[in-house]
Design a protein around this ligand. Structure first.
Ligand code: ADP
Ligand code: TRP
Length: 334
């Protein structure tokens, strides 16, 4: 059983990434004791929008340090950097050629990011369109069973299954069909200052984005200024009270308590007091993690050893799979 996922090194990790993705990876590994976790840093995905070469390396170290700080053991699991394994881009080329272009053009993430770039007067990189083919390669090369991700990746996972099926139907069985694992609550943490928008690294302002590197004081301030409503009752009602409902979900996940219990406990609190409770809980959740990340970042040689060992183990799985794919398509493999 293999559980696989990745994060793009586009900037620091935020609470949405942590709750929606990384903490879900931990839960999935706990559920499936004998499973191997394959967690990578999707650095080729990170250049599908304009990027700063000076920051890429630091962002890669940071994500790797976050994986280790989260407790994924690199001896037991496989942790590596996507660009260190050329099998991904090679398989992505083949997968692209098998993908009808309309399948990619209708992707919501593509349409959103395209619109944003257009509004900024920037050109649209072709890689932004073909991005899901690389993601499908990431997943399919490892005969992955489960892919734990946030809600925004659901459509990419559906595409991955469709393209795997199409290739299997055309050339004979090559790929295993993966299953997406998405949280019922917490798969889409909202921006605190704009609770109808997803918390994201690409937000235009970071007023409502909690980064795992934020100081306690900053976290506290961001929660204090979180946008709420005039209803003045702590209850779970995402349509009419998106801000408060988002805070309830966050508190539920960082304290590991069901939503109903949170609502029972805090329904009589005023918003200011409730925000304080949530801020404190998030600080207690992030503080140890932040310290461990800093510790790992102080040992870059160790991070480098771990990424080298990781990619060797990754290639033991991906290279034979790529060979099978190429043979099925009629290539000579030597
Ligand atoms: P971002 O969208 O902030 O650039 P990524 O695209 O690198 O983040 O996402 C990494 C993982 O975190 C993915 O599994 C994604 O679905 C998840 N994720 C991102 N934002 C959120 C969020 N606001 N709430 C829950 N999960 C999220
Ligand atoms: N596209 C994902 C994101 O933006 C990151 C990613 C790349 C990924 N390849 C993947 C996630 C494979 C899961 C599986 O969040």
């Amino acid at each position: 059983m293999r559980i696989l996922s990745g994060i793009q090194p586009t900037s620091k990790v935020h609470l949405g990434n942590y709750i929606g993705a990384i903490s879900l990876w931990e839960e999935e590994l706990k559920k499936h004791e004998n499973a191997t976790g394959i967690f990578f840093i999707a650095d080729y995905h990170a250049i599908t929008v304009p990027h700063d070469p000076k920051q890429l390396k630091e962002a890669i170290y940071f994500i790797l340090a976050t994986y280790l700080a989260a407790g994924f053991n690199p001896k037991k699991h496989i942790i590596f950097v996507q660009s260190h394994n050329p099998d991904h881009t090679e398989a992505a080329w083949i997968i692209q050629t098998q993908t009808p272009i309309g399948w990619l053009e209708r992707m919501t993430q593509y349409k959103d990011k395209r619109k944003k770039l257009k509004n900024e007067g920037k050109s649209i990189p072709t890689g932004l369109l073909t991005y899901p083919a690389l993601m499908a390669a990431d997943i399919l090369l490892y005969d992955t069973d489960i892919v734990p991700v946030g809600e925004d990746q659901r459509q990419h996972l559906e595409y991955t299954r469709e393209i795997a099926q199409r290739i299997n139907n055309t050339y004979g069985n090559v790929f295993k069909l993966p299953t997406a694992q998405i949280r019922k609550f917490g798969a889409k943490i909202m921006d605190l200052s704009n609770p109808t928008k997803k918390m994201s690294k690409s937000a235009s302002s970071y007023k409502g984005v909690i980064f795992v590197t934020d100081s306690n004081d900053k976290i506290y301030q961001k929660f204090k200024r979180a946008v709420t409503d005039n209803i003045n009752k702590v209850q779970y009602n995402p349509q009419e009270q998106p801000g408060i409902s988002n805070l309830i979900v966050i508190l539920s996940l960082v304290t590991n308590k069901p939503i109903e219990n949170i609502v029972d406990e805090y329904s009589h609190y005023n918003y200011a007091k409730f925000k304080e409770i949530v801020a404190q809980a998030v600080i207690s959740y992030i503080e140890p993690l932040r310290a461990k990340i800093q510790e790992y970042l102080a040992h870059k040689d160790m991070l480098e050893t771990s990424m080298k060992e990781g990619v060797t183990k990754a290639r033991e799985i991906s290279t034979p799979k790529l060979t099978i794919l190429k043979r099925k398509l009629g290539y000579m493999t030597i």
